[in-house]
Design a protein around this ligand. Sequence first.
Ligand SMILES: C[S@@+](CC[C@H](N)C(=O)[O-])C[C@H]1O[C@@H](n2cnc3c(N)ncnc32)[C@H](O)[C@@H]1O
Length: 333
Amino acid sequence: MAGHDKRKMTAPDLPAELKAALAAKLQGFSRSDAAARSASISRTYRDGGGSAAIRSETDALAYALARMPATYAAVTASLNALCEIAPGFAPKTLLDVGAGPGTASWAAAEAFSSLQGFALLDANAALRALALDLAAGSARLGKIDYRQGEARALLADAAAADLVAASYMIGEIGDAERRTLVDLMWAKTRDTLLIVEPGTPAGYGRIIAAREQLIASGAHVAAPCPHDGKCPLQPPDWCHFTQRLPRSRAHKQIKEADVPFEDEKFSYVALTRSPIARHPARVLAQPVVSKIEVTAKLCTAEGLAIAKIPHRAKADYARARRWRWGDAVMAED
Ligand SMILES: C[S@@+](CC[C@H](N)C(=O)[O-])C[C@H]1O[C@@H](n2cnc3c(N)ncnc32)[C@H](O)[C@@H]1O
């Protein structure tokens, strides 16, 4: 990200401790079993199904191998964007809603050394068991409090947390229940609520609905939007970002992929209780760089803009050449 208030960005690949825990779990499992289960779980997801298909230990591990690196990378990219806008944010407690294998908790632990208390909740027993196994040897996550049950019921009794996260979760419940869930999550948010979804028009639709719902309840947007107003994008356009992440050998095998990386598309919103001091513009697509100019699609506090930075404006052009999709950029960037 182009930046000011530089703070360390968290890398998009899984932390070594988590990779090692996953590798240890994989020993004793047949790769071809995991690959077959992973293919079937991915198919279920593509067909609009959810994680209810994950029932056994092998299913949970197959899900984690197939999807955890990508959802981790998407949460990390979202947290990096949040940290850039709110560099002083140092949450002590996290509530990870629909935590699955603990993806968002691992990402938040990497992003915030301040985090001490990790509360997780999820309905899926197999994913919870895997999360506990993966976290067991971790210095930071060894003592997570992971409750199993329906999110809305558990949220009613959950303690409020500085940071509440729902990663790739809100799409698994119906529209009416989602509104209640979003209100409940906000009620438990002391400072910031982060919602991450797949970067599809449907995922974006859910993000934008939650965003509008909570702005009406007094929330402010920290990222990605530089304003609390209506989203200026018109269908078929939708706001999403992409994060490249390395593919492990096991992941290449499971996905039968050739390239050593994958690009995860995601949509997200980080909502805060206090108004945001700075409103840098957000780069909404990979800028086009030519010898004549840099053309960038920006979301600004005033709305959508196609910025053209001519080569003759040497310093500005040099800066704009470095802009990447997803970056927060100021005029002086
Ligand atoms: C796609 S997984 C995402 C897991 C994890 N957050 C991640 O990013 O990798 C969705 C998770 O939400 C959980 N979930 C869906 N609906 C739920 C509900 N109503 N109550 C509790 N958990 C739910 C599922 O069990 C599953 O673990």
